[in-house]
Write a protein that binds this ligand. Structure first.
Ligand code: IMP
Length: 209
């Protein structure tokens, strides 16, 4: 049997990486975290869009390491905030931001906004770079919801305890990872991405280090 081709995941966010690994595992695709490559430089996420950042998170390490790399960039867009925090979701509350401080800032900014006007969406963009740094595959997924004012549940990460999925009457903090992996922005992006990735596996196997 040929060995599983090595694909690096260009994210240092542990919980997000775990979600990506869980989404890919049933398809026989295993990812190795970029954290296992101390020589890989941090990627400056200065793109104006999720797509630009995902491409950068794939192609910079791919070229540096000579590997196939999946870049993933995601975040929350809130309609009443003109799309903020958007590409700044991870660092919304400034340097040293944590999920807690980001959620506090989100609640402050939404003070006085009626519950029905707190519509939002999570967005996820995925890109695959080959060892020359060329982007070979991209996909995007979205999941709509409402930002509630009280935290509910402890599952997931980031803004999940405040992100209510209306169809399920639950936040991502309350829904199981099994359900999140069926309906989330990340699940939707990967559902589009995986068929192309599977087609490329023979090439990935033959050009992996
Ligand atoms: P990135 O690692 O630069 O793509 O930042 C993603 C940020 O967006 C995370 O740190 C979270 O704040 C937010 N985010 C993205 N996806 C999710 C999710 O599935 N749940 C909760 N927060 C998310």
């Amino acid at each position: 049997m040929s060995p599983t081709p090595q694909i690096v995941l260009g994210s240092r966010n542990r919980k997000k990486s775990q979600e990506v690994a869980e989404i890919l595992a049933p398809h026989g695709v295993q990812v190795v975290s970029i954290s296992t490559f101390p020589q890989a430089r941090e990627v400056d996420e200065d793109g104006a869009t999720f797509a630009e950042n995902a491409a950068k998170k794939a192609s910079q390490p791919a070229l540096e390491l000579g590997c196939w790399v999946i870049g993933e960039d995601s975040g929350l867009i809130v309609d009443a905030l003109g799309g903020r925090p958007g590409v700044f979701s991870a660092r919304y509350s400034g340097p040293g931001a944590t999920d807690e401080s980001n959620n506090q800032k989100l609640q402050q900014e939404l003070t006085g906004v009626e519950p029905t006007r707190r519509t939002a969406a999570y967005v996820c963009t995925v890109a695959l770079a080959d060892p020359t740094g060329t982007i070979r595959l991209t996909a995007e997924g979205r999941c709509s919801g409402l930002i509630i004012s009280e935290s509910r549940g402890t599952n997931g990460f980031g803004y999940d305890p405040y992100f209510l999925v209306r169809e399920h009457h639950r936040t991502f903090g309350e829904l199981s990872s099994r359900v999140k992996h069926q309906i989330s922005h990340r699940a939707r992006a990967f559902a589009q991405f995986i068929p192309g990735l599977l087609k490329l596996l023979p090439e990935i196997g033959s050009t992996s280090r």
